[in-house]
Design a protein around this ligand. Structure first.
Ligand SMILES: [Zn+2]
Length: 293
């Protein structure tokens, strides 16, 4: 069975469907017997004061000052949102531990890669990818970010954490910088192709191997899908599923543990939840064989 982290506390009422999506994907997966669910508790917020500016962390924990507390974009601030973020990030560490033990695991989570040291942004409160590098200081953490937007926050964190490498493959750069351990491949939203995307995936794995990554954290974003408001015209459902097959097969081939999360996706919730669920089914098929109803 594929180990999956989720808690009903991941949900928070916001003006977007970012957190509703997590529940919808969990419900999709609960229809199958292939997934072993683990419920994380809340992470100790002090951990974030070592990762982010303590002033920003304190503001998010208390809701004051409001402007700093809501920098990630979720307004107004509320305790449910705070508790959801703390639970989701506990899930990041639990899922990573499970991936080290079993070769693969997932967290039904999103909302990390635009958060930098000083503050969150674009619905990313704390950087739960950099968090993994902070927590596993003796391991090399390689982020394969296939969200449609460049993971600019994670790229910034590579300058603070020596054991963090970020490789973003995106259609929308989002101000993504290039640093020694922050690379990217831009695949054009209209004129790009899956052949280019596939090449970028292979390059990412080549880099992960060269750098001797201990684990890959995969942002399996769905906002590159052609029906998404941010999507790439050529990126069909079938091709996204091919992307997942390639990623999981390469991780398995190279014997690198992999932990994956949902990352972005903004189309109609029903279609979106099914698309995200397919990532889990493909992971399951790759590692554990055929899906059972
Ligand atoms: Zn995105």
């Amino acid at each position: 069975m594929l180990n999956v982290c989720f808690s009903p506390r991941y949900f928070a009422q916001t003006h977007t469907n970012s957190m509703e999506k997590l529940v919808a994907v969990a419900e999709q997966l609960q229809q199958f017997n292939d997934y072993k669910f683990h419920e994380p508790q809340q992470i100790d917020p002090e951990i974030f004061k070592a990762l982010h500016s303590p002033k920003y962390v304190e503001a998010f924990l208390t809701g004051q000052p409001a402007k700093l507390a809501t920098f990630a974009g979720f307004k107004p601030w509320n305790e449910q949102l705070r508790d959801a973020v703390l639970s989701i990030n506990a899930g990041q560490l639990l899922a990573t531990e499970l991936a080290f033990q079993h070769g693969i695991a997932a967290n039904i989570a999103q909302g990390f890669h635009h958060a930098n040291y000083e503050y969150g942004g674009s619905y990313c409160t704390f950087n739960g990818l950099a968090l993994i590098a902070q927590h596993y200081a003796n391991k090399r953490i390689f982020i394969l970010d296939c969200d449609q937007h460049g993971g600019d926050g994670t790229a910034d964190f590579t300058r603070r954490l020596d054991n963090l490498y970020n490789f973003s493959i995106y259609g929308l750069a989002f101000g993504y910088p290039t640093y020694e351990r922050a690379e990217s491949r831009h695949i054009h939203t209209k004129h790009g192709s899956f052949a280019q995307y596939t090449m970028a995936l292979h390059e990412a794995f080549q880099r992960a191997n060269e750098w001797k990554a201990d684990i890959i954290i995969y942002q399996a974003g769905m906002d590159c899908h052609q029906a998404d408001p941010y999507g790439s015209a050529w990126f069909t459902t079938e091709l996204i599923q091919k992307r997942e097959e390639i990623v999981f097969n390469l991780a398995k081939r190279d014997n690198i543990p992999i932990m994956f999360v949902l990352a972005g996706g903004y189309q109609n919730l029903d279609d979106l939840a099914k698309l995200h669920a397919e990532t889990f089914h493909i992971a399951h098929r790759t590692y554990y064989g055929k899906n059972k109803d």
